[in-house]
Ligand binder design. Structure first.
Ligand code: FEO
Length: 135
């Protein structure tokens, strides 16, 4: 069973970013599946790296769009992105060093972070961008 599912309640009302969020949900589920299937660390490392890379691209695209349209909450939003990136890169380092495991706690952290970030701050830029004609 999938760890999480994208639902319309997560929509930011900007198509491109809804698609990217769906992809992130899919990648978190892939990582969860790999973990549950008992895949080795090498495989988990590859899937984790893909998730990290895609997240970086997604954050950069959101930030660029917010900047282009003069979204006033950009600085605070960027900070949330940076905090997550720092946390996950740290996790990746510990994982690579063998001092941390990819556990259900980690998976739930990723899931909860994504949901609360989308519903907390991503939906705010969505409302703003909609007023600028971006949807
Ligand atoms: Fe969709 Fe701000 O991350």
């Amino acid at each position: 069973m999938a760890l999480m599912e994208w639902t319309p309640a997560y929509s930011v009302k900007v198509k491109k970013f809804d698609e990217q969020h769906k992809k992130l949900v899919e990648m978190i589920n892939q990582l969860h599946d790999a973990m549950r299937a008992g895949q080795g660390n090498a495989m988990l490392g590859v899937v984790l790296q893909q998730l990290i890379s895609y997240t970086a691209t997604h954050f950069a695209e959101e930030e660029k769009m917010m900047q282009t349209h003069g979204f006033p909450g950009l600085a605070a939003h960027k900070l949330e992105h940076q905090k997550l990136v720092t946390h996950v890169l740290d996790l990746q380092k510990q994982f690579q060093a063998g001092s941390a495991m990819l556990t259900l706690t980690v998976m739930n952290f990723l899931k909860d972070w994504l949901v609360s970030h989308i519903k907390g701050v991503d939906q705010k830029y969505g409302e703003f961008l909609n007023t600028k004609g971006v949807s």
